[in-house]
Design a protein. Structure first.
Length: 195
């Protein structure tokens, strides 16, 4: 990877966030949320704690209103912004993970298996959110363990084998069949029948 002249990689998570990078982990319960904290506290956590955008003292009403606005935008279903986020369904928890990162106003989102463990309806909603984020000018990179999902959602797919780029798929060439074929054959020598 070649960086522009004078550019450097962030040296910490806080540095990455300040540089406009957001990362949603595959394991939202372990790494993406503070399950015992409220929906509101989770939504504003990156914005307030890492970016310091709300000062040192978080005002409860402002926190609640910010979280409410963001949750409405993403369709989070929660009886109250003060409800522990662990009490929400898996799909709503994942939307809260998205909400907290969108609230940090990133230019690049890296999504690690963002629809893992959520139902079909919530998965469709997450796909719509991902497309809206991309259409808003953000760069959205995502990994999925489901090749069908990748083919349905992505504009372009880059296949790596042993760290080397072996195939790019986009447009009509980006189908689940072509993707699975590329994943299983790229970088491997052709098998020739015995003479």
């Amino acid at each position: 990877m070649t960086l522009p002249s004078g550019a450097s990689l962030p040296g910490s998570t806080a540095g990455a966030v300040k540089a406009g990078v957001a990362y949603t982990p595959a394991d939202r319960k372990q790494y993406g949320l503070m399950l015992r904290q409220s929906v509101a506290e989770n939504v504003v956590s990156v914005r307030a704690l890492t970016l310091g955008r709300d000062g040192f003292v978080l005002r409860a009403e402002r926190l609640r209103q910010t979280a409410l606005d963001r949750c409405r935008q993403l369709g989070v279903v929660a009886g109250s912004m003060h409800l522990p986020v662990g009490a929400l369904s898996g799909g709503n928890q994942q939307k809260v993970v998205f909400a907290k990162w969108i609230e940090a106003a990133p230019s690049l989102l890296v999504l690690d298996d963002p629809t893992r463990g959520i139902d079909i309806g919530a998965k469709r909603e997450m796909h719509r959110i991902m497309r809206r984020l991309a259409q808003s000018g953000r760069v959205v990179l995502f990994y999925s363990s489901d090749p069908g999902e990748i083919a349905a959602v992505a504009d372009r797919v880059i296949v790596f084998v042993d760290g080397a780029l072996t195939k790019q798929l986009e447009g009509e060439a980006l189908t689940e069949h072509e993707l699975v074929t590329a994943m299983n054959t790229s970088g491997k020598p052709a098998v020739r029948p015995a003479a």
